[in-house]
Write a protein that binds this ligand. Structure first.
Ligand SMILES: [Zn+2]
Length: 577
């Protein structure tokens, strides 16, 4: 396959951001060529075929997203020669994937790169020519030719209540064969694996995706800390494509505060968060909060936090929100900053709302709601409402309030009346496989039990077989196959409910499911089969895989069912507008 990407290599600059925390190389340097790039990202999302690397005296040739610390060093000719061997190794690896290598740097740096290049690589190299002004103009032109304009998704929204789906890497194998129950390839890396929201297209399941920084800042995921010379440090994973988002759907970045709630302070600074948000091109970006959880984990031990420690967390959250909005103004980031509010008492929330609005926030998000009951949440929202009513009419009407992590059907109307304008929740997705008997939401608004056909290729399920059947595994496997075959035929209306249920129960009764025993589950399974409820749904999952969407087995069925549930939840929310 011919390489399609182009690699842009920028020479490091002496002007740097002095922030002592690690920053992506592209954010660390502040010289003229970097300013051009930063400016470019204000109006364009990252071009789809562009890789960016940095060549520096301190680090050699590294990806533009590699995290680096501040340093003081100018490249001497001797330094440049010293960097040749490592540069050569990196270039050799990277060149394979790139059809062109564009150099934007001074003569010394360029000489080092050229010395490191083999003949084949040299043929791919081009450089920006002329004096500094000409070179900058050339870079600007180069980028503009590849730009993909940002749409200001959030600016013209007339949605009354927006729903965001939090991302937990819920992917499916698009080409999974449901008839033969086989994956498109033995290894996950070989499969046509896409995120559930992208799979569901054109069925829409949400107004946007909530992506967390901290939860994903390990070695995997969107905001990973890429190793300096890894290919993945050359460009951000394209978020909108990953989730298959339409232009009017939003990417909402947050910090995943639960993942670091046991730390004394958040592991990311407002600037680190902001730079990551900007590079990845999120539409809405949450300030860095710290949840005042009553209990934390210290070296595996539970520790209760004092009142003072809790207050400190609320204060950290507030200070970070102050810094975040100042930064987003001075750096003219393209995202809309969202001020996260944490509090101990309902009044805290109200007081802070007014303060955040005075800072300039038009979007705020309320954290710390998840562990609270409906009454507790309503108390907070009524304090918020009270504060909201004291704002000027103009500020009040533009204010948008997000509720982190909660969807409470019983109080949703009341929440909206108090000013809530959006929320995120994965509960309808999770119910698909977390709940025992409410797994599939029907178009009749009733919950149905998914039909369980445990997968024996999963060792955990083998262990759940009764001892008798564990010792006769072939018989169990045969029953598993027959249950699946019966369900498939049932889906095609070739056999009836009784015959199908018989095959399903013969297999199911080989397990020791304790609470969910045969007597309990059989009538629930029958109800699902008799309803043929999936035939009345026009979502992508139900249309494409039919009866299998109601089968509880493996991620390909379970996540598709979860996405179906989410699509119905979303439709309901939209319909209620
Ligand atoms: Zn459906």
């Amino acid at each position: 396959m011919e390489a399609k990407r182009e690699l842009l290599v920028l020479g490091c600059s002496s002007t740097k951001d002095a922030d002592p925390a690690a920053l992506p190389a592209l954010s660390r340097y502040q010289g003229p060529s970097y300013k051009v790039f930063h400016n470019f990202l204000r109006s364009s999302v990252w071009p789809s075929n562009l890789s960016v690397a940095v060549f520096s005296a301190e680090y050699g040739l590294i990806g533009g997203l590699a995290q680096i610390y501040p340093y003081e060093r100018r490249l001497s000719r001797a330094d440049a020669l010293g960097l040749v061997p490592s540069t050569k190794r990196t270039l050799l690896r990277w060149a394979v994937e790139h059809s062109k290598i564009m150099l934007w740097m001074g003569a010394d740096y360029r000489a080092a790169i050229e010395l490191a290049a083999t003949n084949e690589i040299e043929r791919k190299i081009e450089f920006f020519q002329g004096g500094i002004g000409e070179k900058l103009a050339g870079l600007r032109k180069y980028l503009v030719e590849r730009s993909r304009l940002r749409v200001s998704h959030w600016k013209n929204t007339d949605r009354v209540y927006e729903y965001f789906l939090p991302d937990w890497d819920d992917t499916v194998d698009v080409d999974f064969n449901f008839r033969t129950d086989t994956f498109s390839a033995p290894k996950v890396s070989g499969r046509t694996q896409v995120h559930g929201t992208a799979y569901m297209s054109p069925t829409r399941v949400c107004d946007g995706i909530l992506v967390s920084l901290a939860q994903q800042s390990g070695t995997k995921g969107l905001f990973r800390h890429a190793a300096a010379t890894e290919k993945s440090s050359l460009y951000p994973e394209p978020i909108r494509e990953k989730y298959g988002l339409a232009e009017d759907q939003l990417v909402f970045g947050d910090c995943g505060a639960f993942s670091y709630s046991s730390e004394e302070t958040p592991p990311i600074s407002p600037k680190q968060a902001a730079e990551a948000y900007q590079l990845y091109g999120v539409d809405l970006a949450a300030s860095v909060d710290h949840i005042p959880v009553p209990e934390i984990n210290v070296n595996g031990r539970k520790k209760r936090l004092s009142q003072a420690a809790l207050k400190k967390r609320v204060q950290i959250t507030q200070e970070n929100a102050e810094e975040f909005i100042l930064l987003s103004r001075s750096k003219r980031y393209s995202f809309e900053p969202v001020g996260v509010i944490q509090g101990l008492e309902p009044e805290d929330y109200g007081k802070q709302l007014k303060y955040y609005v005075s800072l300039g926030y038009v979007r705020v998000a309320l954290g710390g709601l998840v562990p609270r009951g409906d009454t507790g949440i309503l108390e907070i929202l009524s304090a918020i409402d009270k504060a909201r009513r004291e704002l000027s009419p103009q500020k009040r009407s533009s204010l948008r309030i997000h509720l982190f992590g909660i969807y409470r059907p019983k109080i949703v109307k009341a929440l909206q009346e108090c000013g809530a304008t959006s929320f995120d929740s994965a509960s309808y997705l999770r119910k698909s496989w977390m709940r025992s008997d409410q797994n599939y939401l029907g178009v009749d608004n009733q919950w149905y039990t998914a039909i369980r056909v445990p997968c024996l290729s999963d060792k955990r399920n083998v262990n759940r077989l009764t001892e008798f059947h564990r010792s006769r595994i072939e018989t169990a496997e045969e029953a598993e196959f027959e249950a699946l075959a019966a369900l498939h035929s049932f889906g095609q209306r070739r056999i009836g409910v009784d015959k199908t249920l018989k095959a399903v129960m013969r297999y199911y009764s080989m397990f020791d499911f304790d609470k969910f025993d045969v007597e309990y589950m059989e009538p629930l399974f029958r109800r699902t089969l008799e309803s043929r409820i999936w035939e009345r749904c026009d979502c992508k999952a139900c249309k494409e895989i039919g009866v299998h969407v109601a089968v509880f087995r493996g991620y390909n069925r379970n996540i598709r069912r979860g996405m179906h549930n989410t699509a119905l939840l979303y439709k309901g929310i939209r319909g209620a507008r």
